[in-house]
Design a protein around this ligand. Structure first.
Ligand code: MN
Length: 241
């Protein structure tokens, strides 16, 4: 059985389909999606509809991204934050205008069912963004921080690669888990286009919303499958750039 982590999608359904074709899914695989299904390219509601179908056939765990929470607020409470509209929200709003009320209910249920984090039986943590509590995301005082935090990744990036886990200055947060898989902060900001590891943190957001591809990584073998750069699949759109 493979455990496959899927990075931020941001409405780039064409990229998701391409990456999945390259993975060649089997019924033994477990897919863990790190969230941010929406807000970016034009196929936002379409991406969620596809995931709902996909999860009928394949084993899936869907985590909650900050953008999923923003879209949920819009769908459930008609809450249209200006910052959200400016950062991909308008594309989601346009896309959701096409849905029937029955489909809309299914999607609201999907957003409500998302998990803030998942820990597997090898003590690997999966979550959208990060956590700040020294005892782990289960103890976070502000639970929604786990899909907004950037300090975990920034901390992992700023660590001296030579520092030992036994060093008294080594961050306690990182020692709680064997590995931590996140999305949220595109590695394209660091000039990378493949999932990268800093300390024991793997960032699988390869910038599908911007100029990067969509990535899927096998957590055991570290094999990586990618779509073409997602923006090339939507040549008539501006996306979030
Ligand atoms: Mn994202």
């Amino acid at each position: 059985m493979r455990t496959l982590v899927v990075g931020d999608i941001h409405g780039g359904l064409k990229g998701l389909k391409q990456a999945l074709e390259r993975v060649n899914p089997t019924h033994e695989d477990l897919f863990i999606f790190v969230g941010d299904y929406v807000d970016g390219w034009s196929e936002n509601a379409e991406t969620v509809s596809f995931l709902l179908k996909f999860s009928e056939e394949y084993q899936c765990i869907f985590l909650r991204g900050n953008h999923d929470d923003l879209v949920y607020d819009f769908l459930k409470k008609n809450d249209e934050k200006p910052m959200w509209l400016a950062h991909g929200g308008q594309a989601s709003k346009d896309s959701y205008a096409k849905l029937s009320s029955r489909e809309l209910d299914q999607h609201i249920e999907f957003f409500e069912s998302l998990q803030n984090y998942f820990i597997d039986d090898k003590n690997r943590l999966y979550l959208h963004a990060g956590f700040t509590n020294m005892h782990g995301p289960q103890h976070e005082f502000y639970p929604n921080l786990v899909y907004w935090d950037r300090t975990l990744w920034e901390m992992a990036c700023s660590l001296d690669p030579e520092i030992s886990q036994d060093n008294r200055y080594y961050p306690k947060r990182l020692k709680l888990f064997n590995e931590i898989y996140i999305g949220h902060t595109p590695v394209t900001r660091l000039g990378e286009t493949i999932p990268i590891r800093k300390a024991n943190v793997w960032n699988v957001d390869t910038g599908a919303a911007f100029k990067g591809p969509l990535s899927i990584i096998d957590v055991d073998s570290k094999n990586i499958w990618q779509s073409d750069p997602v923006w090339t699949l939507y040549p008539l759109e501006k996306g979030r750039n």
